[in-house]
Design a protein around this ligand. Structure first.
Ligand SMILES: Cc1cc2nc3c(=O)[nH]c(=O)nc-3n(C[C@H](O)[C@H](O)[C@H](O)COP(=O)(O)O)c2cc1C
Length: 357
């Protein structure tokens, strides 16, 4: 019997330099996903399990599982890393990254770069399967250059029997640009026994329900949308229960989905200010060198739902030092602290993350 999710599930996406254990805790307090994913361990000859990432895996917020992730290109080093990871006993769940689009990673045929070498993918996945007794998943994109590569790649990955496959519905070449295409994700969910986790711009309850309805996926993974709105998993869960579960979602029309999502918990700008305060405290307690720059990484996403003109984003990006940054947050978030925080980002604003994994 293959693995199956007990119910339609939600994942916090792995995001390098963002999804550490304090951030996972902050998310869990506002509405916990079913699974957390830790950022990757880069595996090469002289790899090291970064304590910060191990700490996130061990943290298990509210007892929920945290999936560890490996990225690499050499089956021998990966085999050694899997054995070492097993010895730590930190998790039952292991994911392999076939999606990272960062050019300096891809050039080494790692992450998304490996999608150009299907035979190598087979060798690595078999190696991991041979060494790891627990749950094993793969996170991939639609292809390297083109979506036309997807069918062959997905079949290849599925033939190694992972417990689920997460698909970020873009090619590597697209990076984070353009709209994700969920047509291939629907094909994957309908034609193989393996559960499919849909990913890519699923940043609010409406998008989660629409993606579940259209693709027939088993779960959704939310990344940047959860940094912008840490209540998103609570909102997705409430919208699903308003629908009476997945079958209700799958038969709902567009207006019904809007109505289901209109009845979920909505935080206020005052709640958002409290979220920012939690981020500030956790960043300062880590002793981050440029604490204000680190907070800006998060505020770049939060700012997408503060004002439609993007004035908060402009002011925040120019802000210098933590106290100026917090004054700008007060100005925009406390002046109308009871105003509802929109579930969706304002269109035409861009988060411009410093780093995309
Ligand atoms: C800053 C940042 C760091 C990321 N780091 C990783 C990573 O370590 N491992 C991984 O599989 N994906 C990583 N990703 C990709 C995300 O997990 C996710 O696939 C992508 O952001 C699309 O989902 P979203 O539109 O919900 O954000 C990263 C993305 C961002 C923006």
């Amino acid at each position: 019997m293959g693995f199956s999710f007990e119910k339609f599930s939600t994942f916090l996406a792995p995001m390098r330099d963002l999804t550490d254990s304090p951030f996972m805790k902050i998310i869990a307090e506002r509405g916990c996903p079913d699974f957390f994913c830790a950022e990757y361990f880069r595996i090469h000859e002289y790899y090291d399990f970064e304590p910060r990432v191990l700490d996130a895996i061990l943290s298990r917020p509210l007892g929920r599982p945290v999936v560890a992730q490996l990225i690499g290109e050499d089956a021998r080093h990966i085999a050694r890393a899997v054995r070492e990871l097993k010895k730590t006993g930190c998790t039952e769940m292991l994911d392999f990254n076939l999606g990272c689009p960062v050019p300096k990673i891809c050039r080494k045929n790692v992450g998304g770069g490996l999608l150009r070498f299907p035979e190598k993918i087979g060798e690595i996945l078999r190696t991991i399967r041979g060494e790891w007794d627990g749950i094993f998943s793969v996170k991939m994109r639609l292809g390297f250059n083109s979506e036309d590569e997807f069918k062959v790649l997905f079949e290849k990955v599925a033939s190694e029997s992972p417990d689920w496959i997460t698909v970020h519905a873009r090619t590597v070449k697209q990076l984070y640009r353009g709209r994700p295409n969920f047509v291939p994700v629907k094909w994957a969910a309908e034609n193989f026994g393996v559960p499919v986790v849909a990913n890519g711009d699923i940043d609010c309850a409406r998008a989660a329900l629409e993606t579940a309805r259209y693709t027939g996926c088993s779960a959704v993974m939310v990344g940047r949308g959860a940094v912008r709105n840490p209540w998103v998993f609570r909102q997705i869960g409430e919208a699903f229960s308003n629908a009476g579960g997945l079958s209700g979602v799958r038969s709902a029309g567009d207006s019904k989905i809007r109505e289901l999502c209109g009845r979920v918990f909505v935080p206020t700008l005052g709640d958002v200010r409290e979220y920012v305060e939690k981020l500030r405290i956790s960043i300062e307690s880590e002793g981050a060198y440029h604490a204000d720059s680190r907070l800006k990484k998060f505020l770049n996403f939060v700012g997408l739902s503060i004002d439609p003109e993007g004035e908060f984003l402009r002011r925040m990006r120019r802000g210098k030092g933590m106290s100026e940054l917090m004054k700008i947050c007060d100005e925009f978030m406390l002046a109308e602290s009871g105003r509802p925080f929109p579930q969706e980002a304002y269109s035409d604003l861009c988060a411009r993350p410093n780093h995309e994994g």
